[in-house]
Design a protein around this ligand. Structure first.
Ligand SMILES: [Zn+2]
Length: 305
């Protein structure tokens, strides 16, 4: 098992009062700095290349992100999405982590990898930053798996409490990528209805405010996991957001750490059933620091099979 991260991901600083803060990644890394995780190989994430980014983002958008980091202070790209001096470097490392992790599992250097990175990615579309996201890390990884490794079936499982609108948008016409998502609805960003199905490769499973473990597991066991198994993915990618935790301040689901361990075990089993065990997970949301740390630990512990 490998852990990909980079110091720049701690330096991306949207400013005081922003939920998506450096303290989030510090909390995750601190939780993973524990004896039970001592056997994990820790790798410094490389930068994503321009070619890798252009598989999912418009050239003008990549240029805009790479040139918008301010010399000091912050620059606002949208209502929730800000850049600081280190943000372009952090975004390149966050996307590069996912690409390197895909290469590592495809070449057999490891079975599972977790990318402890920020900014998160799943709201970023081909040409728009939104919801704290700059480059769509998991989408860059999926496109890399298809383009560089020739895969014909790549699955993305997204259990962040918010719908991964950017990932859906990018792959809505790409049958080699299956995107399945559970998320709270109604909630930001307002997408993720059951009738959004792409070319039959998008499966959305909305949950209602107040839903918890039972409803979450029922949706995954009854709908999302069967769709994933039927697809027989050659690689399993995970948008691992932990903001469906009951203590999260940005949403209203009621999951616990045990639920994150549960879904992780199911996704690991999926990877072993069809994909030679190959699974890459990348951090998305999670905004209560102690809940995030405990949930990410439970997730990574379940990846250590
Ligand atoms: Zn989220």
């Amino acid at each position: 098992m490998r852990l990909y991260t980079h110091p720049a991901c701690l330096q991306h600083d949207p400013g005081a009062g922003q939920a998506e803060s450096p303290a989030r990644l510090r909390a995750v890394l601190q939780a993973l700095d524990h004896d039970r995780f001592v056997m994990i190989d820790r790798i410094e994430a490389p930068r994503a290349s321009r070619e890798e980014l252009l598989r999912v983002h418009d050239a003008a958008y990549v240029d805009r992100i790479l040139s918008s980091a301010p010399a000091s202070g912050t620059f606002r790209l949208d209502e929730d999405t800000l850049m600081s001096p280190a943000s372009a470097e952090a975004a390149l490392r966050a996307a590069g982590a996912a690409v390197a992790a895909v290469d590592a599992v495809m070449t057999g250097h490891t079975g599972h990898a977790f990318c402890a990175v920020r900014p998160p990615g799943h709201h970023a579309t081909a040409d728009k930053a939104m919801g704290f996201c700059l480059f769509n890390n998991i989408a860059v990884a999926a496109a890399h798996a298809v383009a560089a490794h020739g895969l014909k079936r790549v699955a993305i499982a997204d259990f962040d409490v918010h719908h991964g609108n950017g990932t859906q948008d990018i792959f809505a016409a790409e049958p080699r990528v299956l995107f399945v998502s559970s998320h709270e609805s109604p909630l930001y960003p307002g997408t993720g209805h059951e009738d959004e199905q792409g070319v039959g490769n998008i499966v959305n499973a909305p949950l209602s405010p107040g839903d918890g473990s039972y409803e979450f597991r029922e949706l995954w066991d009854g709908l999302l996991l069967p769709r994933l198994h039927a697809f027989k993915p050659q690689l399993v990618l995970v948008s691992a957001g932990f903001d469906a935790h009951r203590d999260d301040p940005l949403a209203n689901l009621r999951l616990s750490c045990e639920d994150f361990a549960w879904i992780t075990e199911r996704l690991v089993a999926l990877a072993h059933a069809h994909a030679g065990g190959r699974l890459v997970s990348s951090l998305e949301g999670g905004y209560n620091l102690s809940a995030l740390a405990a949930s990410a630990s439970a997730h990574v512990a379940a990846l250590l099979d």
